[in-house]
Design a protein around this ligand. Structure first.
Ligand code: DON
Length: 307
């Protein structure tokens, strides 16, 4: 495996490299200035082996890939019932930034869309934390999944906060329903800091491998969250992780996954491997174009499908 995997990944990257389709995330000015040519892929196995090719150590912001991990932290810190009372588990079939909630309850439909993730951020960590303490808890938790200390890209964070009108609108709506109980701006600020955490493709593969390994980071041996929490998170990734492309993903790739608008993409194959790719150009759903192609190839070459 040690010698074959990098060659396989190098070939796979060479095949997708000419594909220039898609656009950088334009609504966050700093992301629109990213290098669109970056391309990397990493496999991290549950027994701790990590193999990659291309831009595996270039940092970029985690964005929505933080959502399943912070959902895991919230479930772990608060228990299932209080989190489920605020955020559902049904696919919305809508765009990630849709201003949408369940009729009647005002609950966001799932933790992968922005409305759900903003709410989940508000219940991460022990009850009674200040917004700053909560962000610290979230960054420490994400770091435990990655197996190293992660930091925030302050430039991307400030850039997104300045143009966060849509997320602020969502947060104000959630506050009006009583789903958020704090100052909406402070919650959005914390959520955007969470999204601005810097990771490499290698980090993301290890984070995904921690999910594939029932919550134990295969590099550090740390049990980051319980297996029951991981099961919940993988189920929601399977049904909602790729937003309104979740059905295409299920049929063409068939493993729990999550994308981010900086171009990262992860998939977790339980009991086997965490996979991460990085390529910043996005399709209309906000998913990495070349990342999706790579995963389709991995799925057909290796029979990844589990759903
Ligand atoms: O809240 C936002 O819009 C961004 N911080 C994250 C969105 C995202 O990554 C969507 N995924 N593809």
């Amino acid at each position: 495996m040690r010698s074959i995997v990098p060659d396989y990944l190098t070939d796979a990257l060479a095949d997708v490299e000419p594909n220039m389709q898609g656009e950088l995330a334009g609504y966050i000015p700093e992301l629109a200035a990213a290098d669109p040519g970056r391309l990397g892929a990493v496999f991290a196995t549950v027994d701790g082996e990590v193999h990659g090719a291309g831009d595996v150590d270039v940092t970029f912001t985690i964005q929505s890939i933080s959502k399943p991990f912070v959902y895991a932290l919230a479930l772990s810190d608060r228990g299932f019932a209080p989190v489920l009372a605020k955020v559902g588990v049904e696919p919305s079939g809508e765009a990630f930034n849709e201003i949408s909630v369940e009729r009647g309850t005002g609950r966001p439909r799932n933790p992968m869309i922005n409305a759900g993730a903003i709410t989940v951020h508000s219940v991460a960590g022990a009850e009674g934390l200040t917004p700053t303490e909560r962000v610290d808890r979230v960054i420490r938790g994400l770091s435990a999944f990655a197996g190293r200390d992660l930091t925030v890209d302050e430039t991307v964070c400030a850039s997104e906060m300045e143009s966060a009108h849509r997320n602020l609108a969502i947060a104000h709506m959630l506050r009006s329903y009583g789903i958020l109980t704090e100052d909406p701006r402070a919650v959005v600020d914390g959520y955007i800091r969470q999204c601005s955490v810097l990771v490499t493709t290698r980090d993301l593969a290890v984070m995904a491998a921690t999910l594939a390994n029932r919550g134990v980071n295969p590099r550090t041996g740390q049990q980051v969250v319980d297996a029951a929490v991981v099961r919940q998170v993988l189920s929601v990734m399977a049904t909602c992780g790729m937003y309104d492309a979740a059905g295409d993903w299920a049929t063409q790739v068939g493993i729990p996954a999550k994308s981010g608008v900086a171009g990262g993409l992860i998939g977790a194959l339980p009991g086997q491997v965490g996979i991460a790719t990085f390529s910043p150009r996005l399709d209309a759903h906000g998913n990495s174009v070349r990342g999706v192609s790579l995963f389709e190839r991995f799925a057909s070459d290796m029979g990844l499908h589990v759903m």
